[in-house]
Structures are given as structure tokens and as C-alpha cells.
Design a protein. Structure first.
Length: 381
């Protein structure tokens, strides 16, 4: 498969429109409704033929595909870094999960198309035509697939807002759908933990993969007696993390991938200012603009790198709200900030009843954790 001409079950798709995602890479095809119809028809035919192949042969085909991908892991890791600035060292650990049971069509994000297209190109070497396809396009492609009568099931990973739209779209044809969405996962830190031991683990669980993990820690509620020690330990650890474009050795956090996300970051910073959150450390100059705020309660530690183009900037922030039982309506405490940047709000708690209510006061689900040396704590666990 080339970027200008794809094969789907013996049918050639001659694309006429292209979009450019990364300047130094070629433009990718923008699929039309006709392209979607051809791809779905090819997948339907291929699924029937694929089902007649003995199961062990299908398993071997998928294994050969995985082996070929592993042999090209360095190339894919570097490509993944160029697409979403994921550190190369972490990109090696990306998993390929596919079943030999079904035919499927991959629709990558419009911002990260190349790896998806290359995966399909590689997979077509080991599967019959139509079993594994990939279509690239703009924002109209997703609904074309999820509303298509020939698509039996849709699976989506991404933000809650987009997931809602996917569910609504799939409901029009009452098809099966699975969504894996962003959350606002809390961690409750009890007073019996060692701050120096817990703090680095909490920070890693929150900031790994730039915070873009569905079950990454998004809010940390710390018992007030050890709050300051945990805060200091988290900040000191975060200061040791390397933030850059991902090609440099030992990079832990990559940079912001595109201007859309960078604008979201600027909006979040503005919201922090509107809520009178005081920056305790800031290399962006924002702290000077917030000095008019006299609120003594919240503090924020921000690390910034300005390396690279405007679409490749990253902020790492630790936000501390020193009020033991109060809530905060700032976006950083309430919103699920999928694929923006890693943020780690740290909040105090003093009463178990109070912290349980605050933890559950969210529209988002997924995971939660309790950090304690006493496994008999029934209330918070």
C-alpha cells in the first residue's frame, strides 16, 4: 500500500484529496464516503473467507505480523515520536492487540495517521485482502464509519466528549460499541505512608506517557498531617524528570503535539489565573501576571520547556490546593484533560467522610487508588 493508492479486497482506492499532518512527511489520503463503502464491502467479503481459514493458521498469520512489527520496532518508535512526540524509549513498549477472528478497519486520529497506515501496510502482507485495512481522513470519516450499516461493531479510545459522539453515532444503527475514555482518577493518600516512598510512585503513575493513560492518577488527596512533605517530595521528583522532544536519551515526558492542544493548555493556564491559583514556581512568566492575586491557599509548581516549534511545547504542572476540605472549580481539578499535558492536582483532606464525597464528586469514572500501609481501612478502600 502506498499513501496515494490503497488496496481493499482487490478494489483499488484512488484518492484525490490529501492532507498534510507533519511538514516533512507526505500528505495522507482524505477518504470519501465512496471509499468507506468500498472498504466495508471488502471487509465483509474478507470476513467470510477469513472465517473458513483454520484457527491455528489465523493465529500464525497474526504472530508473523507481530514478529514483523517487532523487527521494525525502532522505525515505528521513531515515527510515533514524530507524530505525537512520545519519547522513543516509551514508544518501544506500545502494544499491538489484534484478534485473528475478525476483519477490521482502522481509523487513526487525524493527528497521528502515519503509524496506523503503516500498520495496515505491514499487516496486509500476512492477511488476505480486506482483513486488515486503514482509512485516513478528516473529522467526517469517523461518523461515516460508525453510522455505516455494514459495520457491526465500533471500538473507540479517546476523550469522553468524543466518546459520547461515537455512542450517539453508533446508536443510529444499534451496533455494538466499546469505548475507553479519559477519566479523573483519584488517589487517596493516608497518613501512615512514607512521603519519600510514595511521592515518586504517585508522580510516575500520574505523569507516565505524558498523563495520557486512561487510569493515570488525575487527582491526589493527601492527609493533612503529611501533605506538605508529600508536596515537597513530589515537586522534587518532578524536577528530575526530563522533558523534551523525545529523541534525547532518558526523556520521560514528550512535548505537546499540535497547536490545538497548545491552545487548550493556554486556556487552562488562563483558567488557573481566573481562579486565583498562585504559581509557586513558573518559568513562563505567568507568575508575574498573577501576583495581584492575594489568595494564600492554592499554590502551583510549573515546569516548562519551549524547545521546538509552537506545536511542540510541553508543560508539566503540580497544582497544590492547601485547603483541607474545600473544593475548587478550576478546570485542572474538575475536567478530564485528555491528550493535553500531564497535570497533578494535590489536595488536602482531614476527614474520611469528606474526602470520599470529594473523590466521588465527578462525572468521570475508571480507576481509583488508596495509598496506605493499613489494608484494613474499610472506609476509603
Amino acid at each position: 500500500m502506498t499513501l496515494g493508492r490503497a488496496t481493499t479486497g482487490g478494489t483499488h482506492l484512488d484518492f484525490t484529496r490529501f492532507c498534510n499532518v507533519i511538514d516533512e512527511n507526505p500528505g495522507v489520503p482524505v477518504s470519501t464516503n465512496d471509499d468507506v463503502n468500498k472498504a466495508v464491502d471488502a471487509a465483509k467479503r474478507a470476513a467470510e473467507e477469513w472465517a473458513e481459514v483454520p484457527w491455528d493458521e489465523r493465529q500464525q498469520a497474526v504472530k508473523k505480523f507481530a514478529d514483523a512489527l517487532e523487527a521494525l520496532s525502532e522505525d515505528f518508535a521513531r515515527m510515533l515520536n514524530k507524530e505525537n512526540v512520545k519519547p522513543v524509549g516509551l514508544a518501544y513498549h506500545e502494544d499491538l492487540r489484534c484478534s485473528p477472528a475478525n476483519a477490521f478497519i482502522l481509523e487513526p486520529s487525524p493527528f497521528t495517521l502515519y503509524c496506523g497506515l503503516k500498520l495496515a501496510e505491514l499487516g496486509q502482507q500476512f492477511c488476505p485482502p480486506g482483513v486488515f485495512q486503514a482509512l485516513s481522513g478528516d473529522d467526517e470519516l469517523g461518523p461515516s464509519l460508525t453510522e455505516h450499516l455494514g459495520v457491526d461493531k465500533a471500538s473507540f479510545t479517546g476523550s469522553t466528549a468524543t466518546g459520547n459522539r461515537v455512542l450517539q453515532s453508533c446508536s443510529k444503527t444499534v451496533k455494538q460499541v466499546a469505548v475507553e475514555l479519559g477519566g479523573k482518577d483519584p488517589a487517596i493518600v493516608c497518613g501512615d505512608v512514607d512521603p519519600l516512598v510514595a511521592a515518586p510512585k504517585i508522580a510516575i503513575a500520574a505523569l507516565m506517557n505524558s498523563g495520557q493513560s486512561c487510569i493515570a492518577i488525575k487527582r491526589v488527596f493527601i492527609f493533612e498531617a503529611i501533605y506538605q512533605k508529600v508536596l515537597i517530595a513530589v515537586v522534587e521528583f518532578v524536577n528530575t524528570l526530563k522533558v523534551c522532544d523525545g529523541f534525547e536519551e532518558n526523556t520521560f515526558i514528550g512535548l505537546i503535539t499540535n497547536s490545538v492542544q497548545f491552545d487548550r493548555v493556554k486556556g487552562l493556564l488562563a483558567d488557573i489565573g481566573d481562579n486565583q491559583l498562585k504559581l509557586a514556581y513558573d518559568s513562563t512568566g505567568l507568575q508575574e501576571r498573577l501576583k495581584a492575586s492575594s489568595s494564600p491557599r492554592p499554590s502551583r509548581i510549573t515546569l516548562l520547556t519551549n524547545r521546538g516549534s509552537s506545536r511542540k511545547k510541553h508543560l508539566v504542572s503540580v497544582v497544590a490546593n492547601a485547603s483541607a476540605e474545600s473544593s475548587n472549580n478550576a478546570s485542572i481539578f474538575t475536567d478530564s484533560l485528555w491528550v493535553t499535558r500531564p497535570d497533578l492536582p494535590l489536595l488536602k483532606w482531614s476527614e474520611e467522610d469528606g474526602v470520599i464525597k470529594r473523590v466521588n464528586n465527578t462525572e468521570y469514572g475508571l480507576g481509583a487508588s488508596v495509598w496506605t500501609n493499613d489494608q484494613r481501612r474499610p472506609r476509603v478502600s
